[in-house]
Design a protein around this ligand. Structure first.
Ligand SMILES: Nc1ncnc2c1ncn2[C@@H]1O[C@H](COP(=O)(O)OP(=O)(O)OP(=O)(O)O)[C@@H](O)[C@H]1O
Length: 365
C-alpha cells in the first residue's frame, strides 16, 4: 500500500469554489477564474508516495506548493479530492482524529524553524514528544538520539542562540525525527541556509533517509535541490502539476518548454547515471559487447555520469555497466558519454573528409 496518495486534489480560495472546480476540471486556467475573484491555488493534483520515498514538489513562488502540503497534513481542507494516508482518507476524519494523526504520524520541518529561545537544544528537540504527552525521561532519551542522528551530540544543554543557522535547522529536523512519525513534510526546509551548509544538510538528509527509511515530501523552488533529493519530482506551475517523474525523466524528457527552461542550469553530469546513458551491446551495433571480457574498471548503473567520465578516461574501450552480481547490463562508449553531456543524442558520424580538409566546428554551432 502506498504511504500517501493525493487523489484529484483541488484548492480554490474565494467565492463559489465548487463552481470554480467544475470550470477547472473542464480545462479553465487560473487567469480565467481570477476575473471572478477566485484563486485556484491547486488544480487537480494526483500522485502516490511510496513508503521510504523522497517525493519533491518543485515550483516557483505562487505555484501552489505550500497549499498542496497543507492539504497533505490536513491543515487545509481540499475544495475537492482526497488525501489517503496509509489508505485512510484524511479528508473524512473528524477534527479530533485528524489531530491525533498529525501529532503522531506526521512531522513538519519549516524554512524558518522557530526554536524556543529559553529552552535548551534538548528540550527543543523533545517538544513534539511533549505535545504528545510522552513522559520526560522517555522524551529526553528519544530527543538525544535524534540530535545524535543529526550530528548534534554534545549540544543538548546549549541554548538555540549559541547555534549557527544550519545547526538550528538540524534541531528542527531532530524534533521531527524524535516523534517517530512515518511521514516528514519539509517546506523549503533548507532554503534559508547558505549554499555550502545547504548542500551539507541535503547530504545529511539523504544519509538519514538511508538509515531510517522515512517517507518524505520535500517542497523546494530549486530544481538542483529537487534533483539531488527526489526519488520522484512533481513540477508545479500555476497550480497544476506539469510533470511528474524522476530527475532523469525531467532532464531527458521535459514535458514542455516551461520545464525545459528550468533544466538549462542543471549539471547533467551529476544527475544522469550510467543506466541512462548506457547502450545494450546486443541490440546496439557499434558498441563493444566484449568490454567486460578484460579486467578493466567497470561501473554500477547508479554511478553518476561525472564519475563515469573519470573511469572512461582510464579505460581504453567502452565502459561496462554491471549490477551487484557482476552481470553486464550495458556499455558506455566514450563518444556517447561526451554526446550526453553536450546534449547530442545522434550516433557518431563517419569521418569521410579528405585529408587536410577537417570539418570546422565554429563557436556556438
Ligand atoms: N489563504 C489564502 N487566500 C487566498 N489566496 C491564497 C491563500 N493561500 C494561498 N493563496 C494563493 O494561492 C496561490 C498559491 O500559493 P502557495 O502559497 O501555495 O504557493 P507556493 O508555491 O507555496 O508559493 P511560495 O513559494 O511563495 O510560498 C497563490 O496565488 C496565493 O496567493
Amino acid at each position: 500500500m502506498s504511504r500517501l496518495q493525493a487523489d484529484h486534489l483541488f484548492k480554490v480560495f474565494g467565492r463559489r469554489p465548487g463552481e470554480a472546480v467544475e470550470k477547472l476540471a473542464r480545462g479553465a486556467d487560473r487567469d480565467e477564474l481570477r476575473s471572478d475573484g477566485t484563486t485556484a491555488a491547486v488544480i487537480d493534483a494526483s500522485f502516490v508516495v511510496e513508503p521510504g520515498q523522497i517525493f519533491v514538489v518543485m515550483g516557483l513562488s505562487g505555484s501552489g506548493k505550500s497549499t498542496l502540503l497543507r492539504m497533505l497534513n490536513g491543515l487545509l481542507e481540499p475544495t475537492a479530492g482526497r488525501v489517503l494516508f496509509d489508505g485512510e482518507d484524511l479528508t473524512a476524519l473528524s477534527p479530533r482524529e485528524l489531530r491525533a494523526v498529525r501529532s503522531t504520524k506526521i512531522s513538519m520541518v519549516f524554512q524558518h524553524f522557530a526554536l524556543f529561545p529559553h529552552r535548551s537544544v534538548l528540550e527543543n528537540a523533545a517538544y513534539g514528544l511533549e505535545v504528545q504527552g510522552v513522559p520526560r525521561a522517555e522524551r529526553e532519551k528519544r530527543a538525544a538520539e535524534a540530535l545524535e542522528l543529526c550530528g548534534l551530540a554534545g549540544w543538548e544543554k546549549s541554548w538555540p542562540d549559541e547555534l549557527s543557522g544550519g545547526m538550528q535547522q538540524r534541531v528542527g529536523l531532530a524534533r521531527a525525527l524524535a516523534t517517530d512519525a512515518d511521514l516528514l513534510l519539509m517546506d523549503e526546509s533548507f532554503s534559508a541556509l547558505d549554499p555550502l551548509i545547504r548542500r551539507d544538510m541535503q547530504d545529511q538528509l539523504l544519509e538519514l533517509q538511508k538509515r531510517l527509511g522515512k517517507t518524505i515530501v520535500f517542497i523546494t523552488h530549486d530544481l538542483n535541490e529537487a534533483m539531488r533529493l527526489g526519488d520522484r519530482i512533481a513540477v508545479m506551475r500555476d497550480g497544476r502539476i506539469v510533470q511528474l517523474g524522476t530527475a532523469e525523466d525531467i532532464l531527458l524528457r521535459p514535458s514542455d518548454d516551461y520545464v525545459a527552461s528550468f533544466i538549462q542550469d542543471v549539471d547533467r553530469s551529476r544527475v544522469l547515471t550510467a543506466a541512462a546513458v548506457m547502450t545494450d551491446p546486443e541490440t546496439d551495433p557499434g558498441t563493444d559487447a566484449a568490454a567486460d571480457a578484460c579486467g578493466c574498471e567497470t561501473v554500477r548503473p547508479d554511478t553518476p555520469v561525472a564519475e563515469l567520465c573519470a573511469v572512461a578516461a582510464r579505460v581504453p574501450h567502452p565502459v561496462a555497466v554491471k549490477d551487484a552480481q557482476g552481470a553486464v547490463l550495458g556499455v558506455v562508449p566514450q563518444s556517447r558519454l561526451i554526446g550526453f553531456i553536450g546534449d547530442e543524442q545522434r550516433p557518431p558520424m563517419a569521418c569521410d573528409a579528405a585529408p587536410g580538409e577537417p570539418e570546422e566546428v565554429t563557436a556556438g554551432a
